[in-house]
Design a protein around this ligand. Structure first.
Ligand code: PMP
Length: 345
């Protein structure tokens, strides 16, 4: 007889979500605030995108759009593809993933390991018909045309089942974990699902919570919330974040303030968290925590601010932790990456 207790997840996909909040000690002490990170890297696919992936697939099944053995097609910077492929494996589907070739080898290798059919395409802007998102939509359309209900396009940018995951789970978890004593929430925008979903859930419970956006260089979200216009400046090595349009998931996000975070500021936070707190995070988490520090300074001491720790730094070892790559981008190289051992053998 199977043992059933609330502490046993009946399957891997049931272990998605319910991630801990971790106090970021140095950021908290420096600002006089409580800065808390939602540890989304602890999801089974090791990123925040597992939540959106599960929600999108469950929604398609509920609508009768996906039959057993069917194919899930998606264009992704990697993490959504990993989440979708693990959900597909668990539920008896296949996945076809289209990824811009600029994304890290670590994410592409992970997708292949999981069994995704991976299609690498040149990175071109969204307005170009050969943008990875548009290619993935066309592939899904073609597959579904020859065999109805055999393929879906996950369409994470404009499918609001994405943000519904955060309205239903991430937001309420943060509310419960802070006993409702959260004053601010901030994160970056890729699809906008996390930002919009969490902020809608939190504002519904307390409309006074301040919602911030942390935007990397090369993205137009900061200018959109400041001026109403989409204008991008500069570039960033971060992956999975940055946006140049108002996606369906972003629409109606109750944003109060916005900050622009450059790579040096984000990487300084990532390296500091790794070396002083043992937390190895990716670049988008660096943008998020840097944003939380900026929001803490804006609100003043005594506030509790929550942000999202999206994925692990190991997913970016070949870039953010690679001295040659960092030098090629004129970014500072952390000293320990090039240090000789201090002990004799
Ligand atoms: N960080 C990383 C590493 C991601 O892969 C993504 C998703 N593209 C995000 C942040 C942004 O999340 P969202 O799509 O919910 O805006």
């Amino acid at each position: 007889m199977a043992i059933e207790t609330p502490d046993i997840a009946p399957s891997v996909i049931d272990s998605i979500g319910n991630t801990p909040l971790i106090r970021l000690n140095r950021a908290s002490e420096e600002t006089g605030c409580e800065i808390l990170g939602k540890a989304e890297f602890l999801n089974p696919g090791q990123s925040v995108k597992d939540r959106a992936a599960l929600s999108i697939v469950r929604d398609a099944i509920a609508k009768g759009l996906l039959k057993p053995g069917g194919v899930i097609v998606e264009g992704t910077a990697g993490n959504t593809g990993i989440g979708l492929t693990l959900v597909a494996n668990a539920l008896g589907f296949r996945s076809v993933i289209v990824i811009p070739e600029t994304q890290t080898a670590e994410k592409k290798d992970t997708l292949r390991m999981y069994g995704a059919e991976l299609i690498e395409v040149p990175a071109v802007p969204y307005r170009n018909p050969n943008n990875y998102v548009k290619i993935s939509g066309r592939i899904a359309e073609k597959l579904a045309a020859s065999d109805p209900n055999s393929a879906i396009w996950a369409n994470q940018f404009d499918n609001v089942a994405n943000r519904q995951a955060h309205i239903d789970t991430t937001g309420p978890e943060i509310w419960r974990q802070t006993a409702g004593r959260v004053d601010g929430f901030i994160c970056a925008v890729g699809t906008g699902g996390t930002l919009a979903g969490v902020s809608m859930a939190l504002k519904e419970r307390n409309n006074d919570i301040t919602i911030g956006v942390a935007d990397p260089m090369g993205s137009a979200i900061y200018s959109f919330f400041k001026t109403g216009e989409f204008r991008a400046e500069g570039s960033s090595i971060t992956e999975g974040i940055g946006q140049g349009r108002e996606t369906e998931n972003l629409k109606g996000a109750p944003v109060d303030t916005a900050f622009r975070i450059d790579d040096t500021e984000a990487l300084t936070v990532v390296y500091d968290l790794l070396r002083n707190e043992g937390l190895c995070l990716g670049g988008s988490s660096g943008v998020n925590v840097a944003g939380a520090i900026r929001l803490a300074r804006e609100l003043g001491p005594g506030h509790t601010i929550v942000t999202v720790l999206c994925d692990y730094g190991t997913r970016y070892a070949s870039k953010m932790f690679n001295p040659d790559f960092l030098r090629s981008k004129d970014l500072p190289v952390p000293d320990w990456l090039e240090r000789a051992p201090s002990v004799d053998v």
